[in-house]
Design a protein around this ligand. Structure first.
Ligand SMILES: Nc1ncnc2c1ncn2[C@@H]1O[C@H](COP(=O)(O)OP(=O)(O)OP(=O)(O)O)[C@@H](O)[C@H]1O
Length: 294
């Protein structure tokens, strides 16, 4: 399908993809975002010494990493290692206890007041968060709205898009996820896999710069998984959208990732391109984890 206003920009298929992730601890050097200058030319997301605690449990401990524009980064690691927490922080569903998160050169968690960096207001976070779309494990569709309206609702009410434009964009996205004949159905009239494809179209309708995927097939019956992964593979391979993915589907991760980050107890213990991570991981914890899921 040719690129349109409603779909993420088509990528140069000959482009050689580099890892696109920085897990060094150099974050925080330089002038920093939020004051008119971007931390780096192509950087879209940066976690700078981000700490998240739940009571006595420290889930993320001064985590540093960055994702470049257009790259696909997959987070792997044992249950409880903090992967979903990272996505929820990006959606501002959680607040960090320390450190800063920036998206497209703007602080998500903080804002500048004069020379000071203060906690972001809800309004500021909401604006920055518009750059981010997320697809959850549970599809979270509006049960009382038909498929088309599920996809047009947020562009009209959150972005202020005209109904006609939202409608046209939604139809194109619904076609992209293969559901044109189901436009007029309610979510309960669809299979789980179809509902998840509506959720993907709905996230893309907001034209986000980054798409977060949180174990999007784990609530599906096994026979419905492939259809959803095929749609996501297509989006990953034919568009320029940045992706941060949490999945236990390792062959999918291998197909779409520029870089894989292995988490253990809230820290990145190893990272690299998927071919290396899945065939010759260096860390024993990574080897043990991959043996348990492959
Ligand atoms: N709202 C919360 N309140 C208390 N503890 C939480 C909360 N959310 C997450 N946790 C805890 O934080 C830790 C990290 O959770 P998180 O969901 O980020 O892990 P994960 O790596 O995504 O695991 P999984 O692969 O099982 O989804 C877990 O021990 C979890 O129980």
């Amino acid at each position: 399908m040719p690129p349109t206003d409603s779909t993420p920009e088509k990528k140069n298929e000959n482009e050689t993809r580099e890892a696109g992730v920085d897990t060094t601890t150099g974050a925080g050097t330089g002038e920093g975002p939020g004051n008119g200058s971007r931390a780096s030319g192509t950087e879209l997301i940066r976690f700078d010494k981000v700490t998240k605690r739940f009571g006595a449990l420290t889930v993320l401990d001064e985590l540093d990493f960055a994702v470049d524009t257009g790259k696909h980064v997959t987070l792997i690691g044992p249950s409880g290692s903090g992967k979903t927490t990272i996505l929820r922080l990006l959606m501002t569903l959680l607040k960090p206890d320390g450190g800063t998160i920036t998206v497209d050169g703007e602080y998500l968690t903080h804002e500048k007041k004069g020379d000071k960096l203060v906690r972001a207001s809800e309004r500021h976070s909401r604006e920055v968060r518009k750059k981010i779309g997320m697809v959850f494990q549970q599809f979270n569709l509006f049960p009382n709205m038909k498929v088309l309206r599920n996809v047009t609702e947020a562009p009209v009410h959150v972005l202020g898009m005209s109904k006609d434009e939202a409608d046209q964009r939604a139809r194109e996205l619904i076609e992209m996820v293969g559901l044109t004949e189901h436009l007029d159905k309610y979510p309960t009239q669809l299979s789980g896999g179809q509902q998840q494809r509506v959720a993907i179209a709905r996230a893309l309708a907001m034209r986000p710069q980054v798409l977060l995927l949180d174990e999007v097939t784990s609530a599906l019956d096994p026979e419905l998984v492939a259809g959803v992964l095929d749609v996501l593979r297509d989006i990953a391979h034919t568009t320029d959208i940045t992706m941060v993915v949490v999945t236990h589907e390792m062959s999918f991760a291998r197909d779409i990732s520029d870089s894989v980050l292995m988490f253990d107890h809230g820290k990145i213990i190893e990272s690299g391109p998927p071919d290396k991570m899945f065939t010759e991981p260096e860390h024993q914890r990574t080897r043990d984890f991959l043996t348990s899921v492959l």
